[in-house]
Design a binder for this molecule. Structure first.
Ligand SMILES: Cc1cc2nc3c(=O)[nH]c(=O)nc-3n(C[C@H](O)[C@H](O)[C@H](O)COP(=O)(O)OP(=O)(O)OC[C@H]3O[C@@H](n4cnc5c(N)ncnc54)[C@H](O)[C@@H]3O)c2cc1C
Length: 259
């Protein structure tokens, strides 16, 4: 049973509470409903609301987003147009007003659409406690204070999310990618997938099938075939595993070719 919600005034105090066993609370949009489902729910939460971790800075091409920045803040920041389609594909306005960047990194699949985009952008998570920035997705749980990434050149970042309906629908397939072309050939590819496994997939086989080739329908179809082995989707209330596998090539094509 939940007995206490701590609201520390800074990150070291939050870390101390987490070390003592309290569970991190961001916006609570995922954690609070889940409290009812836990076999042994956390008894103490530590809210990050007053720890000063909210805010967006853009210095040159380097973007840093504090962990408690809400998805709505990103949506309304004109410097982050690149993430606008991503956050607008997530949940609905009331949820986005509460949901935080930090929380999105840790929600179970088929959620975590912003995290999928951040993997494609080669973003780093900045953990509390001074250890260096870590590649996403994180291998171990850690209190994240911020995420940081370099803005790509226009047109390099691609994103498509397939969902059952416009609002409050988890991913069937989410495709995020950064594709760099040189002299008509793909010279750089970073592809991340959501909704197709119990974790965010960095689609190495898809990337390999794209590299060095022209970005055509044939190349993308071959990359999708190569990527099928990287999917391990589940049946859930939104779609069957069979359906997710069938629509993956379609949404890879839509993301990479825009059609
Ligand atoms: C109706 C509805 C629809 C939704 N639709 C979508 C969707 O389409 N796409 C999508 O991606 N998500 C969706 N979600 C899930 C969720 O709202 C978002 O993923 C949101 O970004 C989670 O952020 P939060 O701050 O609310 O996380 P919380 O619920 O507060 O926390 C989620 C997890 O992250 C941990 N955590 C939070 N902050 C940190 C931190 N700084 N460091 C370390 N751990 C942390 C918590 O301990 C917890 O395990 C939906 C939720 C609802 C209720």
């Amino acid at each position: 049973m939940l007995t206490e919600v701590h609201v520390p005034e800074d990150v070291p105090a939050a870390v101390g509470l987490i070390v003592s066993g309290a569970t991190v609370l961001g916006g609570g949009t995922s954690l609070m409903p889940a409290l009812n489902d836990y076999g042994s729910p956390p008894t103490e939460l530590v809210s990050l609301r007053r720890t000063g971790l909210s805010g967006i800075t853009v210095t040159g091409s380097t973007v840093t987003i504090g962990a408690t920045t809400t998805l709505s803040q990103i949506e309304h920041d004109s410097r982050l147009q690149i993430l606008n389609p991503v956050v607008r594909s997530i949940a609905s306005v009331p949820v986005r007003n509460l949901a935080t960047v930090g929380g999105n990194l840790f929600v179970p699949q088929p959620y975590g659409d912003l995290a999928v985009a951040l993997v494609a952008l080669n973003a780093r998570a900045v953990p509390a406690g001074g250890s260096g920035p870590a590649e996403l997705p994180l291998e171990r749980p850690a209190l994240v204070t911020a995420v940081t990434f370099e803005l790509p050149a226009p047109g390099v970042f691609k994103y498509v999310k397939a969902a059952r309906r416009r609002w409050n629908s988890a991913s069937l397939v989410t495709v995020a990618a950064t594709i760099v072309e040189l002299d008509g050939l793909v010279s750089g590819a970073r592809v991340a997938l959501g909704g197709v496994s119990d974790h965010i997939v960095r689609a190495a086989a898809v990337e390999e099938a794209l590299l060095g080739r022209p970005l055509t329908e044939e190349t993308v179809a071959a990359a999708a075939r190569a990527g099928l082995g990287e999917l391990s989707p589940a049946d859930d209330a939104y779609a069957s595993a069979w359906y997710r596998t069938r629509v993956f090539p379609v949404h890879l094509r839509r993301a990479l070719l825009g059609r």
